[in-house]
Design a binder for this molecule. Structure first.
Ligand SMILES: Nc1ncnc2c1ncn2[C@@H]1O[C@H](COP(=O)(O)OP(=O)(O)OP(=O)(O)O)[C@@H](O)[C@H]1O
Length: 287
């Protein structure tokens, strides 16, 4: 079976000729969950932006980004804009950047429903309410009538997820979706992401500097450094040791400061407890 999304030899160069990405390749199957990790400046966000055709002015991308075999890098801008937000949706670190401060949440969710699915009136409102419930915004009526600034950070990120899922995308690209949230809300949003991927079958690309975040939600892993892919493996294999010395370094560092699950004796009690607590049963899922 061929991959749903395949990045082949992606290279991004600035106007001054500096290579920001150098021959990045990875693939994602339908329904897959891929984590992209690496330290600050390793090129994670640029990879996500290049996939979406959203690179800053003056940067040039070469290589191929195949969605179901169609090269997104070769698409005319208007066709690419339809793919973006349609077949490939995105969620960023700061949900406020994706939300219009002057529009109620309800109108923001019905926007993509109208644009990508042709829903209007009561049908659009009902679908917006269903999406709000899907992302566990249970006080649905109040939330849909609120403006973004009236919501908490966690609620805003749930709204951003509802908007991303409104067009029934095949791929969800999330760049540091929990980094701006405090720790307990982070855990809730990660559990929600996990649940949404299961529930909708959307394939996930999760970009983060935080390995425990990836370990919690992703199945496959791309480790980046200095604009290159160091290793493309499974999360389980990386936690069990990883091929590349740099992957082992990242895993070791994460394990030293957090309860990173899996792995050998170094995982310790905190890691084992975190692994056990990783997937709550649906009925006890954190809201
Ligand atoms: N607008 C820009 N112009 C030129 N270089 C840039 C620009 N934005 C980022 N870069 C450079 O591109 C490289 C990759 O940056 P990128 O933002 O993808 O890293 P990252 O892995 O996502 O890090 P972080 O977690 O800090 O966001 C870095 O060296 C960065 O300095």
């Amino acid at each position: 079976m061929s991959a749903l999304l395949e990045v082949q030899d992606l290279t991004v160069t600035t106007s001054t000729g500096r290579r920001i990405l150098d021959g990045v390749s990875w693939s994602l199957d339908a329904g897959g969950r891929l984590g992209v990790v690496g330290e600050s400046g390793s090129g994670k966000s640029m990879t996500a932006l290049a996939v979406l055709g959203l690179l800053p002015d003056g940067m040039r991308a070469t290589g191929r980004v195949l969605l179901d075999g169609e090269d997104l890098l070769a698409l005319p801008p208007r066709r690419l804009a339809r793919v973006r937000g349609g077949q490939v949706a995105m969620v960023f670190q700061e949900p406020l950047t994706a939300l219009d401060p002057l529009m109620t949440v309800g109108r923001q969710i019905t926007g993509p429903l109208r644009l990508h699915r042709g829903l209007r009136g009561a049908a659009a409102r009902e679908e917006a309410a269903r999406l709000a419930r899907l992302v566990h915004l249970d006080d649905t009526e109040r939330i849909l009538g609120s403006y973004p600034w009236q919501l908490s950070g966690g609620q805003r990120q749930r709204v951003a997820l509802a908007m991303a899922l409104a067009c029934e995308p095949r791929v969800l690209l999330a760049d540091e979706p929990t980094t701006a949230l405090d720790v307990t809300v982070q855990a809730e949003v990660l559990d929600l992401l996990d649940h949404l991927v299961d529930r909708t079958g959307v394939a996930l690309v999760l970009v983060t500097h935080d390995l425990p975040v990836v370990a919690r939600v992703a199945r496959d892993l791309v480790v980046m450094r200095d604009g290159r892919v160091v290793e493309h493996t499974s999360v389980a294999a990386a936690l069990a040791g990883g091929e590349a010395a740099y992957t082992r370094e990242l895993v070791g560092a994460a394990r030293a400061v957090t309860g990173l699950p899996g792995g050998g004796p170094a995982a310790g009690a905190a890691g084992v407890a975190a692994a056990a607590a990783r997937r709550p049963a649906p009925e006890e899922e954190t809201r």
